[in-house]
Write a protein that binds this ligand. Structure first.
Ligand code: S3P
Length: 444
């Protein structure tokens, strides 16, 4: 374990080039491997999670290389062309790699075993096993639905209609990816809008994906099997979930002004930014544009004084599902009470994020109440005391969130393990320090 410390610093200033979006990076490698021909990716996130996807796709038969020009090139074997891997697919910490690849493998007549680290091995896989079993896949899983897990795809895959029991883009994607190799049309019904990178990227690769608006945020997403993915180019925009860390730090440090160019910012990913604006944040969204089917914009974030506590709209949860830990840091410094509800999914992320955030904030002197699926934080418009050692439980976002809080607390904040940051944001420490933070190893 590598402990990291964050010390109170002055205002932040400068240009923050955030690495590529994790969700889009995973999908560009997977979908590139389903084309026949060459797919070229620029801006790929080279974090450990995405590198696990790349390695798994190689084991499944794709050729994937990074050139000296920094571009990634993929040569796939087409839908139906995945090969049976001759060793387990090691997924590290990555739930997205695991759940999407279970869909992909379960949709082919091959078997693969998935393994992962201690965090991933605790995460539930029943949510992807259930629909895949309906399609004909079979499973052998540890403790019923945990890794190590082996999936075997059937000879004849059934197309299904499946209503998601949880708002999860991972489950939606797993079913659609399996459906690509089914005879007939597979439909996923989602009751709340979740990130739609799978739908958009499949369309970018020439696949017909039908999205029917059923009203009230509900939609039916259908894909006919055995279509051809046309190889193409993907320019991966920067990750709004990673940009959230310097953005919140800049908001907490009065007088700061930072620019965050090229951020993927659709209405499926912008919940944190809308929420921060409601709390009084100054976030300027410039040059909105479309890039490889994705909405992208440049952000300028200014620290203009204390934020105010609000009730966060629970309908917004899926569009900011990964951002609650860092939002909680902002709430801890805001004036007034911030109420967050509908957070049950936070219990099954890389850690039990509700618990890890609540424990860490309490140790820093914050007044809060945690419920089964809610968190209420009482701020007084000033940073809490800090001075705590935070348990990160192999969770990159817990580590980065508390390091952000440490930029404003009077006493240092230390996270017990900074290594998981490598899964999603390998340049986090130097990038934050370049903006003016003091993050580093623990003082002797
Ligand atoms: C992701 C979906 C979300 C998110 C995860 C990435 C994706 O998970 O938390 O970090 O790329 O599809 P769920 O689908 O489980 O909500």
């Amino acid at each position: 374990m590598t402990a990291l410390q964050s010390k109170n610093c002055g205002r932040l200033e400068g240009l923050a080039r955030i690495p590529g979006d994790k969700s889009i990076s995973h999908r560009s490698l997977m979908f590139g491997a389903l084309t026949v021909g060459e797919t070229i990716i620029s801006g790929l996130l080279e974090g450990e999670d995405v590198l696990h996807t790349a390695q798994a796709m190689r084991q499944l038969g794709a050729t994937i290389d990074k050139g000296s020009d920094g571009l990634w090139r993929i040569y796939g074997a087409g839908i139906g062309g995945l090969q049976q891997p001759d060793s387990p697919l090691e997924m590290g910490n990555s739930g997205t790699s695991t759940r999407l690849l279970i869909g992909l493998v379960g949709g082919h007549n091959i078997s693969a075993t998935f393994t992962g680290d201690a965090s991933l091995s605790k995460r539930p896989m029943k949510r992807v096993m259930d629909p895949l079993e309906m399609m004909g896949a079979t499973f052998e899983a540890t403790d019923g639905d945990k890794l190590p897990l082996t999936v075997t795809g059937p000879e004849d895959l059934l197309a299904i209609e499946y209503e998601l029991p949880v708002a999860s883009a991972q489950v939606k994607s797993a079913v659609l990816l399996a459906g690509l190799n089914a005879r007939g049309t597979t439909t996923v019904i989602e009751n709340k809008p979740t990130r739609d990178h799978t739908e958009k990227m499949l369309q970018h690769f020439g696949v017909e994906v039908d999205v029917e608006d059923l009203g009230d945020g509900k939609s039916a997403i259908s894909v006919k099997g055995h279509q051809t993915l046309q190889p193409g180019a993907i320019d991966v925009p920067s990750d709004p979930s990673s940009a959230a860390f310097p953005a919140v730090a800049a908001l907490l440090l009065e007088g700061s002004e930072i620019a965050l160019p090229n951020i993927a910012l659709s209405d499926r990913r912008n919940g944190l930014y809308l929420t921060l604006e409601e709390m009084g944040a100054s976030i300027e969204i410039c040059n909105p544009r479309i890039q490889a089917g994705e909405q992208v914009a440049d952000l300028i974030v200014r620290g203009t004084g204390p934020l105010k506590g609000i009730d966060v709209d629970p309908a917004r949860v899926p569009s900011m599902i990964d951002e609650f830990p860092v939002l909680a840091m902002a709430a801890a410094c805001a004036k007034g009470t911030t109420r967050m509800t509908g957070l049950e999914e936070l219990r099954v992320k890389e850690s039990d994020r509700l618990l890890m955030v609540a424990n860490g904030l309490k140790a820093c002197g914050v007044d809060l109440e945690m419920g089964e699926d809610s968190l209420t934080i009482h701020g007084n418009g000033k940073p809490p005391q800090g001075g705590a050692m935070i348990e990160t439980a192999l969770d990159h976002r817990i580590a980065m969130s508390f390091l952000v809080l440490g930029t404003v607390t009077p006493e240092f904040i230390t996270v017990d393990d900074g290594a998981p940051i490598q899964t999603s944001f390998p340049t986090f420490v130097p990038l934050m320090n370049e903006l003016g933070c003091y993050l580093g190893a623990v003082d002797g």
